[in-house]
Design a protein around this ligand. Structure first.
Ligand SMILES: Cc1ncc(COP(=O)(O)O)c(C=O)c1O
Length: 390
């Protein structure tokens, strides 16, 4: 826990009031300087096509393979299990498509609070008359009901794909991925997990989990946008997902995003190197905000538990005429936060996650999400501004 003495924080807060405060780090994060520095040579001097056989090509090929090795080591995987992609959406689409097309899955178990990159992909395949879909039941706090998952797996008659996110991007609930892996093993199901909100924020050791696919995205942990990975367990045999040249071991054709790949690996390496310090700092900010909000504003609720992502604080404000325009007013006051993944224009157009959890009727939900670059003074300013706006 941080220094919670409010006075100095309040003083600094007033100095900061002219600047923008970014509390939407679950949407994306700024690029880390060290990451940018690692990328720059691959935008300038080291520009060769990795498929070229001469030295320019060889140096970029080596950079890609070094990045793959690094990412694999950090995730407890083998280099051959890591495929570089354009981000979380592509990786999620690919895993779900491959499970159906190449692994014979005919039923998909998912949840109503997945990111749209999974939710809409599952819906898309669900329109195929040969594919059925079902959602796992959720507890009131958004956690998966593991008994229901087991019941569904036990009673299923077709090869099943389970796709459940590791950390929810709106409310921060965490999946017990090991437990789900064991259930999938028991019932011979394929498991994919959208780990976009957890890779780079938690140590992930895939060697100890029974899992077939995971997705991650670099821009959630101070890496570059448009970069990600799909982990495909070595026991799984899938067909190419983009057809053309032989890149990514014939799985994803197209000249590689060399500087993006280098940036992804560097960002993950740095995130894991500094995990202890950064995570306890960010946790401290989140706890401070909870504490101060509770002190300053009556009738709040928090959509989280001790087990939730430390990077996210989802706050329910009592619905009033003023609170309905809260996001909009925060924006006018240079405070960037989010109403959920469906929020597009500064007004809260509604969150499928909050709807699924029946939390829209009397509550306006705002998600604040933190990074190592936020400060206690910023949090203080936001709390005071919220108090004023409410
Ligand atoms: C949980 C989750 N899955 C998938 C995505 C999509 O990732 P990307 O923007 O890299 O395509 C996001 C990003 O918002 C996310 O939070």
């Amino acid at each position: 826990m941080q220094n919670t003495s409010v006075q100095p924080a309040m003083q600094k807060a007033s100095e900061l009031s002219k600047e923008r405060i970014y509390l939407d780090n679950a949407a994306t994060t700024p690029l880390d300087k060290e990451v940018m520095e690692a990328m720059i040579p691959y935008m300038s001097t080291h520009f060769g096509n990795p498929s070229s056989i001469y030295s320019y090509g060889r140096e970029t090929r080596m950079a890609i393979e070094a990045a793959r090795k690094e990412v694999a080591k950090l995730l407890g995987a083998r280099p051959g299990e890591i495929f570089f992609t354009s981000g979380g959406t592509e990786s999620n689409n690919t895993a779900i498509a491959a499970a159906i097309r190449d692994l014979g899955c005919r039923h998909i178990i998912s949840s109503a609070i997945e990111h749209h990159a999974v939710l809409h992909t599952v819906e898309h395949y669900g329109h195929d008359q040969n594919i059925s879909t079902s959602n796992v039941q959720l507890l009131a706090n958004g956690e998966v009901d593991y008994n229901d998952l087991e019941e569904q797996l036990k009673n299923g008659s077709q090869k099943t794909l389970v796709t459940l996110m590791h950390g929810n991007n709106e409310i921060g609930t965490l999946l017990d991925i090991k437990r789900v892996g064991e259930l999938c093993k028991k019932y011979d199901a394929i498991l994919h997990s959208d780990c976009v909100q957890t890779v780079g924020h938690y140590p992930v050791d895939l060697s100890s989990v029974h899992i077939h696919f995971i997705s991650a995205a670099g821009h959630k942990f101070h890496g570059p946008k448009g970069t990600g990975i799909l982990y495909v367990n070595g026991s799984v045999n899938i067909k190419p997902f983009i057809i053309g040249g032989g890149q990514e071991r014939n799985m994803r054709a197209g000249t590689e995003n060399v500087y993006g790949i280098v940036g992804f690996a560097k960002a993950l390496e740095k995130a894991m190197r500094n995990y202890e310090v950064d995570s306890s700092y960010i946790k401290g900010l989140r706890n401070y905000m909870m504490e101060r909000l509770t002190q300053e504003i009556a009738g709040l609720s928090f959509n989280c538990s001790e087990q939730s992502l430390y990077t996210i604080l989802s706050v329910g404000f009592p619905k009033t005429e003023r609170s309905e325009f809260l996001l909009f007013n925060l924006d006018i006051n240079n405070i960037c936060a989010s109403g959920g993944s469906a929020c597009s224009s500064g007004t809260d157009v509604g969150s499928h996650v909050m709807r699924a959890l029946n939390k829209t009727e009397n509550t306006v939900t705002i998600r604040f999400s933190f990074s190592k670059y936020n400060t206690q003074e910023e949090i203080e300013l936001v709390v005071l501004k919220l108090k004023e706006l409410i």
